[in-house]
Design a protein around this ligand. Structure first.
Ligand SMILES: CCCCCCCCCC(=O)SCCNC(=O)CCNC(=O)[C@H](O)C(C)(C)COP(=O)(O)OP(=O)(O)OC[C@H]1O[C@@H](n2cnc3c(N)ncnc32)[C@H](O)[C@@H]1OP(=O)(O)O
Length: 228
């Protein structure tokens, strides 16, 4: 399947090709959960997913679905309030309609540990150095995982700072575990840290720290999203 994905991606990325979502699947307004197993998932991804599902049974962990707009699906505070009509425009997730070519991932939340983990299998569209994930795609999955964790504890947040040390490249098609946790909350500031490791835990791919700021409830969303 992985080879098929690579072939598919190479065909799609040929000279003059335009990247388009699968026209048979509407991206907006359809409640498709992208964080469910599909045929592009490797055995390693499936095994890890099953292990986390098992840990969900006693309520310690919760599986986080991933819709085109996923804010509503993170357990925790009711954070969007009166601005809910703006959600779809503000928070698109990083899903792609063609399975296996981009971000294949599933997140699990441990509420008592304030910890969010993400099982991540990067596809061929995310290539940076030949055969390896682009650093920007690694930053994206870290930001999304840490951001989901911050959202769980603080509600409406934005990344103010994200600092990443890249330690070892991530092979495309491999599976890594993005493990993030809240270290400290000071008023509107949420400090978090994150490690990205291979599933056997032997390889540290990246480590990161981040600061998220809870948006100021006295300002309108438009004010906060416009240039300040
Ligand atoms: C599915 C749902 C899960 C979602 C996951 C997706 C995660 C993806 C998240 C993102 O990618 S967000 C997009 C990238 N981030 C941005 O575009 C943010 C751009 N920056 C801003 O909009 C504002 O700067 C920000 C909202 C972060 C803060 O503006 P505010 O006006 O609300 O805060 P203010 O400037 O008053 O600062 C509040 C405090 O934070 C501190 N602060 C702000 N930015 C900082 C910074 N960069 N570094 C250190 N400290 C910072 C600031 O000094 C101050 O400290 P004190 O209260 O102690 O005085």
């Amino acid at each position: 399947m992985w080879r098929n994905c690579v072939r598919l991606a190479r065909r799609g990325l040929g000279r003059g090709a335009v990247l388009r979502p699968d026209p048979t699947v509407s991206r907006c307004g359809v409640s498709k959960d992208y964080a469910l197993p599909n045929s592009s998932w490797s055995q390693g991804m499936m095994d890890l997913y099953s292990r986390f599902l098992e840990m969900c049974k006693d309520g310690t962990w919760k599986r986080i679905p991933s819709y085109s707009n996923s804010v509503d699906h993170i357990p925790g505070k009711a954070f969007w309030g009166v601005h809910s009509k703006y959600q779809p425009q503000l928070w698109q997730t990083i899903n792609m309609d063609t399975e296996g070519v981009g971000f294949e991932y599933a997140m699990f939340l441990n509420p008592s540990e304030k910890r969010m983990v993400c099982l991540f299998q990067p596809g061929p569209y995310l290539e940076g150095p030949s055969g390896f994930a682009h650093g920007g795609s690694t930053a994206t999955i870290i930001d999304s995982t840490i951001g989901s964790c911050a959202t769980f504890v603080a509600g409406r947040v934005m990344t103010a700072n994200l600092s990443i040390n890249y330690r070892n490249p991530i092979p495309l098609g491999s599976v890594v575990l993005v493990d993030s946790k809240v270290d400290q909350v000071e008023g509107r500031k949420v400090f978090l840290s994150c490690h990205v490791r291979s599933i056997d835990g032997q390889t540290l791919h990246a480590e990161a720290t981040a600061l998220f700021i809870r948006l100021d409830s006295t300002k309108s969303l438009q004010q906060q999203m416009s240039c300040q």
